[in-house]
Design a binder for this molecule. Structure first.
Ligand SMILES: Nc1nc2c(c(=O)[nH]1)N[C@H]1C(S)=C(S)[C@@H](COP(=O)(O)OP(=O)(O)OC[C@H]3O[C@@H](n4cnc5c(=O)[nH]c(N)nc54)[C@H](O)[C@@H]3O)O[C@H]1N2
Ligand SMILES: Nc1nc2c(c(=O)[nH]1)N[C@H]1C(S)=C(S)[C@@H](COP(=O)(O)OP(=O)(O)OC[C@H]3O[C@@H](n4cnc5c(=O)[nH]c(N)nc54)[C@H](O)[C@@H]3O)O[C@H]1N2
Ligand SMILES: [Mo]
Length: 767
């Protein structure tokens, strides 16, 4: 570098964006990248005193646990005081407890599933770190799948393809702008959600990509209970339908295609299996119920004529059909995925530019990106000697019913008897459904250890809390699939108080457990960063992408990776299904699946079907709980992260989460904007601020997830929708989470509303 060159720009990265790190007299300031077409402000507030004030500063142990040992007064978790202790004492306690449990009960009594998004860096990724550590220590009960895609991940490999591969092969935005005439989406294309990609976003594509599509002539139709999830630039037509009834709507579209012979029978014969069985169901030959538009109108609330017109338009245009991931986070969540694939197959445009399907355009920035799929850096988690796992959202069932049986993807499984839970990089008291039930389940294990940066509800409900550094306090490598960059994440600030890297914490524990070599392989953090980078550099070299050497990379900071040439989903398969078969048993799209039919499940059959959700506006319970509550992803943050920062707080009313509702529903309850309301059902009660808005259909209310759970005498006061949601599996196939199937009632809160204050330090006492 020449002597007078200005210092190189420094960067950091988070799931919501790559940031420039600048320093002035006032300290470190984070900036969005100047050439990001749709920058956001998430996390720019991370170093503010409000945010830092909720940090875990020192290792802490719950008072009873410290005095009386494992299993002491577990029902007091979340209410008791903590005692701050020295690092050595905390590490000794955790190591001894892991050792006790594995000696007495085996590693199969340790739940290390530890779901959560953690931070963006590829090395200091807490979930990978805790899994690698527990593997080194003999293994743990793991989790499968995600809260994001619980049902889709299980159904799609049977009928189309693996969900991860599907995410990466979505037809890109530019191709859609060139070739898509009609974009029909169930659940919008929410630009609030595309702010995120796992690993970090370099350039945010929405809503510009949608604007370009519109300018190029694409017409948009948005089907679903809310209209504000598709950018105004699209000038979309909104067809309101009741929550969780999309499958019925799609079935009726399919009925019209079949009835008016608007379907592509040649494609169904050459590229699919099982259409005849499905057609018999569609026409009502197998169940005496033809899935006509009139039938669907009753269920969805959309006029039959609207459905008929749309089906005809879809058949006569180059059409992409899309659904948001939220549709499958519901009772029978497999069905909308399977039905969407079936509908696209009937239109016969799969594999054509601008035609076919999308599962989750808008859910993350990477969907529709032109980035190339490249071998980025990954930390190996090692080998788990315990083969046991749960579908991720079955955690409370497992803790409450050890030895209990359940079905999953064609197998019958038994819940383990868990004595120790270790969590790092996730917030179950944000992400799990029915938090009152989770609290009961959480009182079962003898010990709960949590590594956290902040005093979240999960940290407060632990026995031992170890303070973790944030991504800003360590060096790392940022990389996200299809994001077109790899970035050296500089240390922007020193670790707060006594916080340590998860890697340092697990290194110290592995030392105490005699497995240091297996965990660290003799490397410090920098050694690992060099290794991960060098491995990725070599693999990228094999793909014709030349990366600089490690030291040059570190100096340079941000490296652009070459974009791809555009993608058309399943182009090869369309051209030659023999040469490019799918990974399904038949190699074709399975509209009927022998595999699934053979499972004999009451709640998922051999082809897509309409099953009434267990909770929805058509259920008898809707007499008592007349509003369907959707709980979607928050605009001003990622999940619960930085809930107390200025960007997130700006989305609230007086520190309370808004509850969006139709003006007619508000008026019927005498509510005006900002009124404090109580949202309630048999499972729980929580406070929110009324927000009347005509872009949500009558009968539906919507509240974002992410407010830190703050419960006072059975009332959640910050506005966490998981105080109300139901904790049950989507079906016996996937056992996915069903956050979006939830009935509630809303009333004005007549008492003085307590001020939410979950973002503070817990009560401490001395030993
Ligand atoms: N009702 C309802 N509930 C939902 C959903 C919904 O639609 N409706 N959506 C679901 C979905 S899709 C998801 S993915 C989940 C998300 O749920 P989570 O992924 O659990 O949510 P986060 O808030 O991102 O939790 C990450 C936690 O890790 C901590 N953390 C970050 N970096 C580090 C680190 O380096 N080390 C350590 N030790 N900790 C760190 C953060 O402080 C934070 O507490 O929520 C689910 N819950
Ligand atoms: N800013 C931000 N972005 C995020 C996240 C975040 O926390 N913050 N989380 C990320 C994660 S982990 C995930 S998994 C994705 C999730 O992506 P999605 O699951 O797609 O996101 P949601 O916001 O839950 O829902 C999308 C839209 O679907 C609507 N909807 C809900 N139920 C129904 C229904 O039954 N029918 C129809 N037609 N529409 C329905 C919702 O009201 C919402 O407008 O988002 C990612 N993006
Ligand atoms: Mo997710």
């Amino acid at each position: 570098m020449p002597k007078d060159a200005p210092p190189a720009t420094r960067y950091t990265s988070a799931h919501w964006g790559v940031r420039e790190v600048r320093e002035d007299a006032g300290g470190v300031i984070l900036h969005a990248l100047a050439d990001d077409p749709c920058p956001n402000a998430i996390g720019l507030d991370q170093l503010t005193p409000e945010v830092q004030s909720a940090r875990v500063r020192r290792p802490a142990v719950r008072e009873s646990w410290l005095r009386h040992g494992p299993g002491a007064d577990p029902e007091k978790r979340g209410q008791e005081r903590f005692v701050e202790v020295e690092w050595d004492q905390a590490l000794d306690l955790v190591a001894a407890e892991i050792d006790r449990v594995r000696q007495a009960h085996g590693n199969g009594a340790i739940f290390g599933g530890s779901y959560g998004w953690s931070s963006a860096g590829r090395f200091h990724h807490a979930q990978s770190q805790v899994h690698r550590f527990l593997n080194a220590a003999g293994g743990y009960v793991a989790h499968r799948n995600s809260y994001s895609l619980g049902a889709a991940t299980v159904i799609l490999p049977h009928v189309l393809m693996n969900m991860h591969r599907l995410m990466e092969c979505h037809t890109d935005w530019q191709t859609l702008a060139e070739d898509c005439e009609l974009f029909v989406t169930f659940g919008g294309v929410p630009d609030k959600n595309a702010q995120i990609s796992a690993g970090g976003v370099r350039r945010h594509h929405l809503p510009r990509a949608l604007g370009v599509m519109r300018e190029s002539g694409t017409e948009f139709v948005n089907i679903g209970p809310v209209a504000d999830n598709l950018a105004p630039e699209t000038e979309a037509t909104w067809i309101p339908v009741r929550p969780n009834t999309d499958t019925a709507f799609m079935l009726a579209l399919a009925y019209v295609l079949a009835d008016e012979e608007l379907l592509d029978r040649a494609f169904l014969a050459s590229h699919c299996v099982g259409f005849p069985q499905f057609e018999a169901y569609l026409r009502g030959e197998s169940d005496a119920c033809p899935k006509t538009p009139d039938w669907a109108a009753e269920i969805t609330g959309a006029p039959a004529e609207t459905i008929r017109d749309l089906a005809r338009r879809m058949a006569s245009h180059r059409t992409t059909v899309n659904m948001s991931w939220s549709l499958q986070r519901a009772d029978h969540g497999e069905q909308p995925c399977w039905m969407l694939v079936t509908l696209a197959a009937m239109l016969g445009q799969i594999g054509l530019p601008g035609g076919g399907l999308g599962i989750g355009y808008g859910a993350e920035n990477l969907l529709g990106s032109r980035g190339r799929r490249l071998p980025g850096p990954t930390l190996s988690q090692g080998i788990n000697e315990v083969s046991d796992f749960i579908p991720v959202a079955r955690i409370a069932d497992m803790l409450l019913t050890p030895g209990g049986q359940y079905t999953y993807d064609g197998t019958t499984r038994t819940y383990a008897d868990i004595r120790l839970v270790y969590w790092a990089g996730g917030n179950p008291f944000h992400h799990h459904q029915d938090l009152t039930r989770l609290r009961r389940a959480w009182a079962k294990p003898e010990t709960i250890v949590v590594n956290e940066q902040y005093w979240t509800a999960t940290a407060r409900h632990a026995d031992i809390v170890l303070p973790a550094t944030t991504a800003l306090e360590r060096e790392d490598i940022g990389y996200g699939t299809l994001e077109e960059h790899i970035v050296w994440m500089s240390r922007a600030s020193e670790p707060l108080a006594e916080a340590r890297d998860d890697y340092a914490i697990f290194s110290a524990l592995s030392e105490r457990l005699g497995v240091a070599q297996r965990f660290t392989e003799g490397l410090d953090a920098e050694g690992w960063l060099r290794r991960l980078y060098d491995e990725s550099r070599q693999r990228m070299g094999g793909e014709g992408v030349d990366l600089p050497e490690f030291d040059a990379f570190r100096d340079q900071g941000l490296i652009e990776l070459p974009p791809g040439n555009g993608t058309v989903m399943l182009e090869d398969f369309r051209r030659d299904p023999e040469a490019h078969p799918l990974e399904t048993p038949s190699g074709r799209i399975e509209i009927f699946s022998d595999t699934i039919a053979a499972m004999g499940l009451p709640d998922c059959g051999g082809h897509p079907m309409w099953f009434a959700p267990r909770e929805w506006l058509g259920a008898p319970e809707a007499q008592r709980w007349p509003l369907h509550m959707l709980s979607d992803q928050p605009k001003g943050k990622l999940h619960s992260q930085l809930d107390h920062g200025a960007t997130s707080m700006a989305t609230k009313l007086d520190g309370r989460e808004p509850l969006w509702m139709n003006p007619a529903d508000a008026e019927a309850r005498g509510l005006a904007e900002g009124d404090v309301v109580m949202v309630h059902n048999d499972r729980g009660r929580c406070l929110a601020a009324a927000m009347p808005d005509a872009r949500i259909m009558a009968g539906t209310v919507r509240m974002a997830t992410g407010s830190w759970y703050h419960e006072v005498d059975g009332l959640e006061i910050a506005g966490n929708p998981n105080a109300l949601t139901a904790d049950r599996g989507a079906s016996g196939l996937s056992q996915g989470a069903v956050a979006q199937s939830c009935l509630v009632e809303v009333v004005r809160f007549e008492e003085t509303a307590p001020t939410p204050a979950p973002w503070s330090q817990p009560a401490f006492t001395s030993a």
